[in-house]
Design a binder for this molecule. Structure first.
Ligand code: AN7
Length: 353
């Protein structure tokens, strides 16, 4: 029986006998091979492309990997309340694990700019949701100020336990493949996850579990690409609200992951993100949220540029489930057909294809 990440990776995590295990059985997400992308789409080459479907974690995103540990350590330290800023998924995860631990949870979100599913999760899971007139960067700045002076444990990825937990994603990919992939594609927002994956791969190599390390390929949304542009973005814009972040907290660590691994951090447009999300859903049956599709959009973009030689293995992390953002999915999907409940009329539509 799968009982979560603490039991599986205890030796690699900062836990002791006194650390409670606040778990919802996070982790152990599938690595799914893509079948229906053509060679032409992949730059005329055969590539082994897998997606790590992190949307299948308990609250529907990769955040659960780090949140179980952040909340377990907060409980161990005797905290009574936790606080975070969020573009949505962190708040959903924090609320769930805080509820499980019996801790109070305060979340600051940019008013009107988080996806419906994430908002619903935070609200129903008992968090105090505070919608601020400002963006994620403003919310994070407020959380930093408040948590410095008041007894709330901050559970954004500036909390080192978040990164420690999230590194287990790299362990799982290596176990599932039997080795590290050649390339690891992922979206980059606040840049905690790319930091965590690079640490995870390095530790797995140091533990003698893999011989080689992947190149880390990070992708920001074109309207919210501070690392690519080389300066903070004051008013970030993208339909991928999860990564609508103008001043990433782990900026330097992301650059280190890129440079040490020999990878890149580049941008993809909202249109490229949307096309990748639609293709994954309609052609592979895998429904991820827009920010997650930035990883596959990045892979398709690099393939189109002639980046690969053929035969390489690439893993794309799908960080969140498509159900998180139903409004966006309905907006980009082909329209539905409305008719009277009349078989002749229904057949007309079926026969039109
Ligand atoms: C689906 O929830 O920042 O680069 O506050 O939800 O580690 O920030 C979410 C980020 C990618 C980017 N994909 O990860 C939040 C938040 C999804 C996300 C990212 C996020 P980081």
């Amino acid at each position: 029986m799968w009982t979560g990440l603490m039991n599986k990776y205890r030796r690699y995590l900062p836990v002791t006998d006194r650390t409670p295990n606040i778990t919802l059985s996070e982790g152990s997400t599938p690595l799914i091979r893509l079948h229906n992308f053509s060679e032409q789409e992949l730059g005329g080459l055969k590539l082994n492309v897998y997606v790590k479907f992190e949307g299948l974690n308990p609250t529907g995103s990769f955040k659960d990997r780090g949140m179980f540990l952040a909340i377990s350590k907060a409980a161990e330290a005797g905290a009574k309340a936790v606080i975070c800023a969020s573009t949505g998924n962190t708040s959903a995860s924090a609320a769930a694990y805080a509820a499980r631990a019996g801790l109070q949870c305060f979340v600051l979100i940019p008013d009107g700019h988080i996806a419906l599913g994430k908002l619903a999760q935070a609200m129903v899971q008992g968090a105090k949701v505070i919608a601020i007139a400002g963006n994620f960067d403003d919310a994070l700045a407020a959380v930093r100020t408040i948590s410095e002076k008041h007894p709330f444990t901050m559970v954004n990825s500036l909390n080192p336990h978040r990164i420690e937990g999230q590194k287990t994603g790299a362990f799982e990919i290596c176990e599932q493949l039997g080795q590290a992939p050649d390339y690891h594609f992922m979206p980059v927002g606040n840049a905690g996850n790319i930091t965590a994956y690079w640490r995870g791969y390095q530790e797995w190599q140091a533990a003698g579990q893999i011989k080689t390390l992947p190149k880390l390929m990070g992708f920001q949304a074109a309207g919210a690409a501070p690392i690519v542009d080389g300066h903070p973005v004051k008013d970030p814009q993208t339909i991928a609200t999860a990564i609508k972040i103008g001043n990433p907290a782990s900026w330097r660590q992301a650059e280190a992951a890129r440079d040490e691994s020999g990878g890149v951090i580049e941008k993809v447009t909202d249109e490229e993100i949307t096309q990748a999300q639609l293709k994954l859903a309609a052609r592979e049956g895998i429904f991820c949220e827009p920010a997650s599709a930035a990883s596959v959009a990045g892979l398709l973009k690099k393939a189109g540029e002639g980046f690969f030689r053929g035969g390489e293995t690439a893993v794309c992390v799908l960080t969140g489930h498509g159900l998180k953002d139903p409004d966006r999915a309905i907006a980009i999907a082909p329209p539905l057909s409305r008719v009277r409940a009349d078989s002749a009329e229904i057949l007309k539509i079926i026969q039109a294809g």
